[in-house]
Design a protein around this ligand. Structure first.
Ligand SMILES: Cc1cc2nc3c(=O)[nH]c(=O)nc-3n(C[C@H](O)[C@H](O)[C@H](O)COP(=O)(O)O)c2cc1C
Length: 187
């Protein structure tokens, strides 16, 4: 017999683990910033749109409002420490780009670069912002997406080689380990 217990309905961790990405943004003077983000997902195919939920107090939010651009960087376990620092320090106080020793991967459609070594980069331009509580849902148009050719195949990320970093809670990260391929449906 399965038994269930009630938990606090505001405990969003029930919807984790979720991929942890690095969001790169730039202020109007060209200074780069990076933050970790897990509340990121595709929301429309026609037209293609992704969403990132960003707390309005973040430096990243200021930058995105200023320039209307950012990159979503897909990363793996080797970037966990970077994600943790990018997700716990604010660009309002420290130059995280310098502190973390990040190297830019030039973008083609926007000014904000990606991060050299990321598994993939999505160049995003803001379409609209929707306030929800303390955050804004930043709906963006993916202008250009690049992936590491050795890590991405017909079905998407090759999880044997690209273990997409996911965030559980606090300092705890997870990587996906198993592909479940269902048989083709006959009807
Ligand atoms: C794994 C992880 C995921 C996070 N996801 C988000 C998120 O989706 N949205 C958000 O606003 N903050 C998120 N944060 C918190 C920000 O990354 C954090 O507040 C950061 O210091 C903001 O940096 P900034 O002020 O330089 O923009 C996350 C933190 C971690 C560690």
């Amino acid at each position: 017999m399965m038994s269930y217990v009630e938990i606090d309905p505001s405990d969003y961790h029930v919807l984790h683990p979720r991929p942890a990405y690095l969001i790169v943004s730039m202020d109007k003077n060209g200074r780069l910033n990076v933050m970790a983000a897990s509340w990121v997902m595709p929301v429309s195919e026609e037209p293609p749109r992704h969403v990132v939920s960003v707390y309005r107090e973040q430096k990243t939010y200021e930058n995105i409002v200023e320039t209307g651009e950012f990159t979503i960087n897909i990363i793996g376990p080797e970037h966990a420490e970077t994600a943790w620092k990018a997700g716990t320090l604010s660009g309002k106080k420290v130059d995280k780009w310098k502190l973390l020793g990040l190297q830019p991967l030039p973008s083609k459609k926007i000014k904000v670069p990606g991060i050299m070594g990321a598994y993939g980069v999505v160049e995003c331009r803001v379409d609209k912002r929707i306030p929800v509580g303390e955050c804004d849902l930043i709906i963006c148009e993916p202008m250009r997406t690049i992936v590491r050719g050795d890590l991405y195949q017909r079905y998407g990320w090759d999880l044997r080689k690209a273990q997409i970093l996911m965030h559980q809670r606090g300092r705890v990260f997870v990587t996906p380990g198993k592909l479940i391929i269902l048989p083709k449906r006959k009807t």
